[in-house]
Design a protein around this ligand. Sequence first.
Ligand code: ADP
Ligand code: MG
Length: 301
Amino acid sequence: MKKINTIVKVSNINKLKSYYVEALKDEEFKKYTDNIDLSDEVLMKYTSNIEDAIKEERNCKNCPSLKECPNTLKGHCLKAIKEGNGLNFSYVPCDKFIKEQNSYAYKKNITCFDLPKEISNANFNDLYRDDSKRVPIIKYFKEFIDTYTENKTGKGLYLSGSFGSGKTYLIAALFNELAKKDISSALVYYPELLRSLKSSFGSDYEEKFEFIKTVPLLLLDDIGAENTTAWSRDEVLGPILQYRMEEELPTFFTSNLTLKELESALSMTSNGIEKVKAKRIVERIKQLTVSLELISKNRRN
Ligand code: ADP
Ligand code: MG
């Protein structure tokens, strides 16, 4: 039995050796292995990994762009690294990858709950300016950026208007711009927040609620699109707004409803019509925000 094993081993070693000797005929392979400074006996165990590393390095020399990176792990190059008497292979990030990572570092300041990715990438410099209806909004943004970065105060915005006009995108762009100045914010799709809070009773409800209440800048997106219940109005929205008002934390809203329409939507629950409670909420929103409207063409495709 022992004998057979030994024969198999010897034949494997011969195979490795002949594969390695063959590879050495290639100038690039020879140069790469010369630089590693390990004996042929060690190197021959890694011929195919070394060939992969050479191929990746060649791809990097002819790099088309980070987006089109053909390597196994995008933005990384497989490299052979000598460790003691052996070789280790690891994927090393390239300069372009590192640069891109750094340019997105500000994103750690934004928490996004259930909004599409394209919205979280909204860029202040790409805002449509072809539409005169956006002028007052952009003017408000500029003033907000100035006062907030200076004194950490400023009124939020109640942005109402038609579906797809770009309301959410605009506020996400503002938050991204401020994130670059190291200011934290949360973009929250309000109807989904309610569902998620409801399902987290008994688990992380308090943490979620606390986070939304206290985050420096908050967007409650699409308020009015939810099914109002007494719980969502009086136990969720009310306390969030109350706290943010007392602490002067800028709070933003987008809605397809005007404030008047929102008041009416908030008054209707299964308890019947409760005008006073709805009015109290709207009063808080008015205290927290400047109200602007964006009625424009639907930009959704
Ligand atoms: P709303 O919140 O008013 O319903 P959105 O903000 O979701 O509208 O915008 C509608 C669509 O238009 C989205 O797909 C969004 O990504 C796109 N969009 C809006 N404004 C811009 C912009 N300035 N640049 C690129 N895309 C935009
Ligand atoms: Mg929206």
